[in-house]
Design a binder for this molecule. Structure first.
Ligand code: BTN
Length: 328
């Protein structure tokens, strides 16, 4: 009940922040929701604790000063088919992927989205730590239960997500994003986001997949840890202006929902074709580790399973299924 009421209040404040109406009267909201003005005031406090900058002006009412940055339930439109059917915002969590796993065990809906403002133990691929700046990043996970997919098809959710996030970023910012195999989003050769896919199931049936997405949205150069200064960036740095996180998040959910729906209907062919078009690793000379050796060669193709086909300098053909590649 509490969450439902807070969601309604946030939705009202967001609607009011569209050009035109700015302040919403506490009395009107109280009447509409059947609660007291004192209760409305308490809800405003909890919205503030969750990162909403709520301004209150006597005689006029309440307004949100940062509507484009608020990721609370009620602020983010989730009129999608699957992705976002259940939406959870947490001010702080260890990792949204871990939280999604806990909620899967507790019986969440297919399409659950967990968004956190701050991750205390954000995880990257290959056991790495994922750094994000509260208030300036997007950290989210999507739990999916693709009933009839064999587990062998789970890795395809990474290129699918990469293409969806690419589309969302280009739509919202117009910036020239590149996709680096297997899971990186880059601008100008620097990383601005990544995808962490975790899946579980038996051979013939994928029980669940958790797609974790991290995007550096408005981090400044000073926010980026020194060790990453030359290899990481953000959309704000690349475009030289802040990006509305709420719009970007909405667009990511819509694009992911569309591509996932198409994947379930038409299979992986179209998504792999799109990924091939967008993957900047193809045609590049790369270095990579494989079977305890370092190799170099030419990245020639994305195979139908999403693997990277490489013609090595010793003229062997290898198919990489995971791992890191370095462009030479
Ligand atoms: C990578 O590039 O190594 C993958 C980074 C994935 C980070 C995201 S942030 C949201 C989700 N929760 C996590 O702990 N990790 C993913």
């Amino acid at each position: 009940m509490r969450l439902y009421v807070q969601k309604q209040i946030v939705a009202t404040l967001i609607r009011a922040s569209e050009p035109g109406l700015r302040y919403v009267s506490g009395g009107d909201m109280a009447r509409e929701l059947g609660i007291t003005r004192a209760a409305i005031w308490k809800y405003m406090e909890s919205i503030r604790e969750d990162g909403g900058i709520v301004q209150a002006v006597p005689g006029r009412g309440y307004r949100l000063a940062n509507p484009e940055d608020v990721l609370l339930a009620g602020a983010v439109q989730t009129d999608t088919s699957i992705v976002g059917r259940e939406y959870v915002f947490l001010p702080e969590v260890d990792s949204t992927n871990s939280e999604a796993k806990r909620r899967i065990r507790a019986g969440c809906l297919d399409g659950l989205v967990v968004v956190a403002e701050h991750q205390t133990a954000g995880r990257g691929r290959m056991g790495r730590i994922w750094h994000s700046v509260p208030g300036k990043s997007l950290c989210m996970s999507v739990a999916l239960f693709p009933e009839d997919l064999p587990i062998s098809q789970a890795p395809l959710l990474t290129p699918l997500t990469a293409v969806a996030v690419y589309r969302a970023i280009v739509k919202v910012t117009g910036l020239p994003v590149e996709l680096k195999w297997p899971n990186d989003l880059l601008i100008g050769g620097r990383k601005l986001g990544g995808i962490l896919l975790e899946a579980s199931g038996e051979t013939d049936r994928l029980r669940y997949a958790i797609i974790g997405i991290g995007i550096n949205v408005n981090s400044s150069q000073e926010d980026i840890p020194t060790a990453l200064a030359d290899i990481a960036t953000s959309l704000g740095i690349a475009g030289n202006k802040p990006v509305a996180r709420r719009h970007l998040l909405q667009e990511v959910l819509v694009c992911l929902d569309t591509y996932y729906g198409n994947y379930l209907k038409f299979g992986p062919g179209p998504i792999i074709a799109k990924y091939r078009e967008l993957c900047s690793t193809l045609g590049q000379r790369i270095r990579f580790a494989w079977q305890a050796r370092t190799w170099s060669g030419l990245a020639t193709e994305i195979n139908p399973d999403g693997g990277l086909v490489v013609r090595t300098d010793s003229n062997d053909t290898l198919i990489l299924r995971s791992g890191d590649v370095h462009c030479l």
